[in-house]
Design a binder for this molecule. Structure first.
Ligand SMILES: *[C@@H]1O[C@H](CO)[C@@H](O)[C@H](O)[C@H]1NC(C)=O
Ligand SMILES: *[C@@H]1O[C@H](CO)[C@@H](O)[C@H](O)[C@H]1NC(C)=O
Ligand SMILES: *[C@@H]1O[C@H](CO)[C@@H](O)[C@H](O)[C@H]1NC(C)=O
Ligand SMILES: *[C@@H]1O[C@H](CO)[C@@H](O)[C@H](O)[C@H]1NC(C)=O
Ligand SMILES: *[C@@H]1O[C@H](CO)[C@@H](O)[C@H](O)[C@H]1NC(C)=O
Ligand SMILES: *[C@@H]1O[C@H](CO)[C@@H](O)[C@H](O)[C@H]1NC(C)=O
Ligand SMILES: *[C@@H]1O[C@H](CO)[C@@H](O)[C@H](O)[C@H]1NC(C)=O
Ligand SMILES: *[C@@H]1O[C@H](CO)[C@@H](O)[C@H](O)[C@H]1NC(C)=O
Length: 734
């Protein structure tokens, strides 16, 4: 009875765990404005309005004067270069880079129709500093008539310049100034009293490169130290004595910590959510990481990936950082600039980076750099030349590696020969009217199963040849979008398909390649303007239970490879997709999901079971087909499900170079998804549910109670069972 009750309780708490909403607990966003180009107050004087740059247009932000929180941000359709407020801010007028004027309502920020042809424009962007004096980290307000100092306010040591100032020269002041660390400090003084004071950190605006540092688990250091000591001691007996004494000391310390109170010890065993155990759990689960980002303004900042707190930040002397890379063995961080200079930072102490050396790659005008292996980098310059550069002179020669590179009009196959030189092996040149609009290479990730089991227990074998890439080409002459699958070693074309539905080349197009499938998104104008998502599945054969490759033989791409058999399906999607990324997990067992960055400022994800080329309309499915694991009938539109909207109600600003990344953790079920651009956003997703984590609210007390109850029950029931057995064997009726 007790046991049953216990299980019931357990079941109820498990159900709660499934629905427990972690929104805003495990995800965070750094909402950035950027460099303030112009600041003024709005009509009701509750908000500061700041203009900043986003891409090549202007971002307008309303900041709450009282606490510095962002009230509202919007990207304007033009680039504003100047601003003016009228009648105490009831309206404001923006001037764009062509000298054209536009009027906006001061309290709502909505554009208003107004004839501005005879308007006399008068810039209000530069604060008028007559009457103010900055000295020795303080700002003096000087009365214009008497030229006496009315009062003064203290400034931060890092003060740079005043962005906005307004005073009545009699004890009221509103002041916003910037610091050399890209912070913006606001002070509001009313009748000599500080009414509000806050600062906004804009350091992390416009990320251009990133890397991830896994924090090491140092909890085992003491134990490994002891093991080394034991190895050093002469005899086994001494080592044994050493170990016993150490353990006894540890036990005594433990008892002392709990004041020799059994209650406190039991309490400690049951308790699991204090800071120390949370920290330890994060280390074991691989949730303790630093997300290191480099920004357009050459700052490098390490953010705690759990909550976005900046752990340290430094200003690099590089111009235009293109790559950040972390070497965990040597604990070094390297940053590369566009002009080929690089800097190494030692992170022996993870909380204080130290510049150790700088150097020059010998390449200029760099477009992209990526790490190949060891300390070898593939460098591509703007004139479309690629080369391999090693940072260590005695780097071990690696066996031949094939690399596929591409630019707008060509795809190149290259081989890195044993002396480290890059040699071109094949080229696919596009025609004059063609443009490469998408490219994805099959990444080498662990493969869990060779085939897909169908409802009638037959198997379709996946096409797992590793050297594959897909690319999309837009032909402006025919208006078609061609999608091709090639072998990256030989350049051979394996499969091609095209779309004749007037692809819009100005809308974003993206591709991702999973283990035996790839997905691409594009926007077509016919029959109606619509976002499309197309999935292409590759199989060894479409005939179940037919395998072409043999597991015992190794394929030689140069001698010819069997081609895949292909299924493809297209879906509509209700929102415009900017970027796609596959969720990465440690072992690849969790069903992959496709994370989508949408143009409307949100992020959502779709599981691969929905984006499947084998989905059929329901009437075409046999009973066996319906038995297949996670098989869903085909519907032409993939709906947006609110439960999969990982940004919730947030609205992100992407900026022109935003990047979506996925970072695996030690938990197979869980991966981090971050979007780095003008804003930074990170969240944790578990596409198949958190099957390897017990909910933190898991009720240990009840579980232990149930077990104790069962033992007690057994103790009392046992004698009566024995008695019955005895009676049965003597055939005595009870
Ligand atoms: C802004 O930049 C984009 C490309 O980054 C370009 O297509 C667009 O024409 C530019 N807009 C303006 C107003 O310069
Ligand atoms: C601005 O909008 C508010 C609210 O809609 C309205 O009350 C106010 O009259 C408008 N101001 C101007 C100058 O149009
Ligand atoms: C603007 O000024 C011109 C000449 O100064 C005048 O003819 C015109 O009527 C004015 N327009 C408006 C809308 O006031
Ligand atoms: C600044 O303000 C003073 C008076 O407060 C005024 O005399 C001066 O013309 C102003 N300067 C500018 C550039 O607007
Ligand atoms: C600034 O402060 C220092 C010490 O606080 C003082 O010695 C110095 O004279 C001050 N300078 C000015 C210009 O007031
Ligand atoms: C973020 O997490 C770290 C460690 O997990 C903690 O030290 C820090 O106080 C947290 N910051 C905030 C703002 O919660
Ligand atoms: C690491 O650096 C921080 C900040 O400089 C310092 O407080 C800390 O003591 C250092 N830790 C070690 C182990 O040196
Ligand atoms: C199993 O199902 C597949 C897909 O519906 C079908 O092609 C195949 O013929 C079936 N095999 C058998 C043995 O029924």
């Amino acid at each position: 009875m007790i046991g049953l009750f216990g299980y019931l309780l357990l079941f109820i708490s498990a159900v709660q765990a499934v629905y427990s909403d972690e929104a805003f607990e495990t995800d965070w966003q750094l909402q950035n404005i950027g460099e303030y180009q112009c600041v003024f107050e709005n009509g009701d004087q509750k908000y500061l309005v700041a203009l900043s740059e986003l891409g090549n247009r202007t971002l307008i932000s309303f900041i709450n004067e009282f606490n510095g929180n962002l009230f509202y941000r919007q990207q304007l359709e033009f680039k504003a270069v100047d601003a003016m407020t009228t009648e105490h801010g009831a309206e404001f007028v923006l001037k764009d880079d062509h000298g054209f004027l536009r009027a906006f309502n001061g309290s709502t920020g909505f554009p208003i129709e107004k004839d501005l042809s005879n308007f006399s424009f008068n810039s209000h962007c530069k604060p008028n500093m007559s009457g103010f004096k900055v000295m020795n980290n303080s700002l003096q307000i000087i009365d214009p008539d008497s030229a006496l100092v009315v009062f003064q306010v203290e400034l931060w040591n890092s003060f740079e310049k005043v962005e906005y100032i307004r005073t009545d020269f009699a004890g009221n002041l509103k002041l916003l100034y910037s610091t050399v660390d890209s912070e913006y400090v606001f002070q509001s003084i009313e009748d000599g009293d500080v009414k509000s004071e806050w600062s906004r950190d804009e350091k992390t605006t416009d990320v251009v490169a990133h890397t991830v540092i896994d924090l090491p688990d140092s909890s085992l250091d003491a134990i490994s130290q002891e093991l080394l000591m034991e190895e050093d001691t002469a005899s086994a007996w001494d080592a044994y004595k050493y170990r016993v004494s150490k353990n006894w000391q540890r036990f005594k310390l433990y008892l002392k910590k709990h004041n020799y109170s059994p209650g406190s010890i039991v309490n400690d065993m049951l308790k699991s959510d204090d800071d120390a155990s949370n920290k330890k759990r994060d280390l074991i689960f691989g949730l303790a990481k630093y997300l290191v980002v480099a920004t357009e303004k050459s700052r490098i900042i390490a953010l705690n990936i759990k909550n976005g707190t900046a752990e340290w930040s430094l200003r690099s002397s590089l111009n235009d950082i293109v790559l950040l890379e972390w070497f965990p063995q040597s604990r070094e961080l390297v940053a590369f600039g566009k002009d080929g200079t690089y800097e190494f930072y030692s992170l022996a102490n993870l909380s204080s980076p130290a510049l150790t050396r700088t150097g020059v790659l010998g390449k200029k005008n760099i477009k992209s750099i990526s790490l190949l292996d060891g300390v070898k980098f593939l460098v591509t310059t703007h004139d479309a030349l690629s080369s391999v550069v090693s940072l260590s002179p005695n780097d071990e020669p690696a066996p031949n590696t094939f690399i596929c590179t591409h630019d707008e009009s060509r795809i190149h196959g290259n081989v890195v020969s044993s002396n480290g030189q890059l040699k071109e092996t094949w080229t696919i040149a596009l025609e004059e009217s063609e443009k490469l609009v998408g490219f994805a290479v099959r990444e080498d990730h662990p493969v869990v199963t060779l085939g897909q089991t169908l409802g009638n227990r037959t198997v379709l074998y996946k096409y797992l040849y590793p050297n594959l890439a897909c690319y999309a080409v837009f032909n402006s002459a025919s208006g078609r979008l061609y999608v091709n699958l090639i072998d990256t070693v030989t350049g051979a074309l394996f499969y091609t398909q095209y779309h004749d539905d007037r692809t819009n080349p100005d809308m974003p197009i993206d591709m991702v390649f999973g283990e035996h499938w790839f997905i691409y998104s594009y926007f077509s104008e016919e029959p109606i303007p619509e976002q499309k998502l197309v999935v292409v599945d590759l199989f060894e054969s479409l005939q179940p239970n037919t395998r072409v490759s043999a597991s015992s033989t190794e394929l030689d791409p140069l001698k010819g490879v069997h081609r895949p058999q292909v299924l493809s399906k297209a879906y509509f999607f209700p929102e415009v997709i900017k970027h796609m990324r596959l969720s990465e997990t440690k072992f690849g067992i969790t069903i992959k999901s496709i994370v989508l960055e949408l143009e409307n400022g949100q992020i959502t994800y779709l599981t691969r079971t929905l984006l499947n080329a084998r989905r059929e309309q329901e009437f075409k499915m046999s009973d066996d087909d319906k038995k297949e694991f996670m098989m869903v009938p085909y519907h032409s539109t993939l709906p947006i499900n609110d439960h999969f909207m990982i940004t919730h109600v947030r609205h992100l600003m992407w900026g022109p170079n935003s990047e979506l990344i996925s970072i695996p953790t030690n938990l197979e079920s869980t991966s981090f998804v971050c979007d780095l651009g003008h804003d930074i956003f990170c969240a944790r997703i578990s596409p198949s549910g958190q099957f390897d984590v017990m909910s933190p609210t898991f009720e240990r007390v009840k579980l232990i109670g149930t077990i104790v109850g069962l033992i007690v029950l057994c103790y009392f029931v046992k004698p009566s069972v024995e008695a019955r057995k005895l009676k049965n064997s003597w055939m005595v009726r009870s």
